[in-house]
Design a binder for this molecule. Structure first.
Ligand code: GLN
Length: 448
């Protein structure tokens, strides 16, 4: 813990943490030492981790990367962070994120973007770490956290993991409790580990998972021993390559990465087959209707009354308006507007209801594909990490970045991103493994 705290001091330029908690970390580490001495160690005993600043942590500033939560110290602990603590993990601090997890680059954070520790060969420009869990990914990549939590609504664990050359898994929807995680889009949000390798991810996922009566969508299923699933044996497994993930215009570098990944699995004894997920081309549009709709509802609670920022006005309505205008950034306001629009009378049927129907078709595509294969292999993102500011002017270009991650989210399936090589410019690239519902074990086994 001491060495990690020293490393955090050295890498403050990365802006990976919004709040650092070194004193708390040292106190927790001392408690871990005592438990270790008694031979009573948890699965994460003494391991110093970063916590995405979307998890409520009791008495520790929790910002969601937003101005509107100014000064908010939750009076309770999220289930996932409580479980990690119970397993012995030590909290180094709260990691940077896009505001309310809305973004793919970390640049919508009120606290300024975190930076990717990687740079392209011969190019000194700062690159984004991806988003929204970019601070967590940067922290793990820069070795200023041994591991970190992330949340993934449409790719926020997998894409930053790919951009920073680390491992990240979004478990099946319902595997980890959402209780105490600040909500973005409740039917999609899932917590997961961001780690250096698959074994760490398996261990940490085990500590984070499990039924929680406080989250009505939490699955009442036993938590498997994920680490035991890493047998290294994938002989005879059937791996699907969805042909719709090879659209015209896919970069030759990403296509080659994907082929290389398929070859590795073949060499290890798996059978690789082409599959079809016919509704893939509608996934991005569907996601950017459903996620903003849910966000507009979830973010209605930030009214300046009970906690966070308040900007006074001459009436209650004016106070609401001024608080929300000052407290939410541009991207969050854009999403609230899109969301209220697609939910409004006259447009609900045309957009929101239609999107829900397409979502069902996307889930059905996966169900049918999984009758033929055990796991699906795909790229995690269409490009390596891009430059700071490069995609900020055009939200659509930014949204396009999520093309390979949102279908999995809409279907609620587990998705793992593993580092799979470097681009011609020397930047990390990730490959994604998608599994059947609650079959994280096979996904981790193939990834490992
Ligand atoms: N980039 C996507 C979005 O902005 C996904 C974010 C996430 O998974 N939290 O909505």
């Amino acid at each position: 813990t001491e060495s990690y705290i020293a490393a955090m001091d050295k890498h403050r330029d990365l802006n990976a943490y919004i709040t650092e908690t070194p004193e708390l970390a040292l106190a927790q580490a001392a408690e871990s030492d005592a438990r270790l001495a008694k031979g009573d160690a948890g699965a994460m005993e003494g391991l110093p981790i970063g916590m995405k600043d979307l998890f409520c942590t009791e008495g520790v500033l929790t910002t969601a990367g937003s101005h509107i939560l100014d000064g908010f110290k939750p009076p309770y602990e999220s289930t996932v962070s409580a479980r990690l603590k119970q397993a012995g993990a030590v909290l180094l601090g709260k990691t940077n994120l896009d505001e309310f997890a809305m973004g793919s680059s970390n640049e919508t954070s009120y606290y300024g973007a975190s930076k990717n520790p990687w740079k392209a060969t011969g190019d000194d420009r700062d690159l984004v770490p991806g988003g929204s869990s970019g601070g967590s990914a940067a922290a793990v990549a820069a070795r200023i956290a041994i591991a970190a939590t992330g949340t993934d609504t449409g790719g926020s664990i997998r894409q930053p993991a790919a951009y920073c050359g680390i491992t990240g898994i979004k478990p099946t929807y319902g595997r980890c409790s959402r209780w105490g995680i600040i909500a973005y889009a409740s039917s999609l949000d899932q917590a997961g580990p961001m780690t250096r390798d698959v074994r760490d991810a398996a261990i940490m996922l085990g500590a984070m998972s499990g039924y929680d009566p406080k989250d009505s969508t939490s699955a009442n299923l036993p938590v498997p021993d994920f680490e035991a699933a890493l047998t290294g044996n994938i002989k005879g497994l059937r791996i699907g390559l969805p042909k719709e993930y090879r659209p015209e215009g896919l970069s030759p570098e990403i296509a080659a990465l994907w082929d290389r990944g398929a070859q590795w699995l073949k060499d290890a004894g798996a059978e690789v087959v082409e599959i079809s997920l016919p509704h893939t081309k509608y996934a991005l549009a569907t996601y950017y209707v459903i996620a903003p709709a849910e966000c507009s509802s979830n973010l209605a609670r930030y009214d300046g009354v009970r906690f966070g920022l308040r900007v006074e006005g001459s009436s209650l309505d004016e106070m609401y308006m001024k608080t929300r205008a000052a407290g939410f950034g541009t991207e969050v306001q854009r999403r609230i507007m899109m969301g209220t629009y697609v939910l409004s009378a006259g447009y609900y049927d045309a957009y929101y209801l239609k999107a829900q129907k397409v979502r069902a078709l996307i889930a059905q595509d996966f169900r049918q594909a999984f009758e033929q294969v055990d796991v699906i292999l795909a790229p995690t993102a269409p490009t390596p990490a891009f430059g700071m500011g490069e995609n900020m002017a055009d939200p659509i270009t930014m949204y396009l970045n999520d093309v390979f991650t949102v279908p999995t989210s809409l279907a609620g399936l587990p998705g793992l991103s593993v580092p799979a090589g470097l681009s011609a410019t020397g930047l990390p690239l990730g490959l994604q493994l998608i599994g059947k519902p609650f079959d994280e074990e096979t996904v981790l086994r193939v990834g490992g």
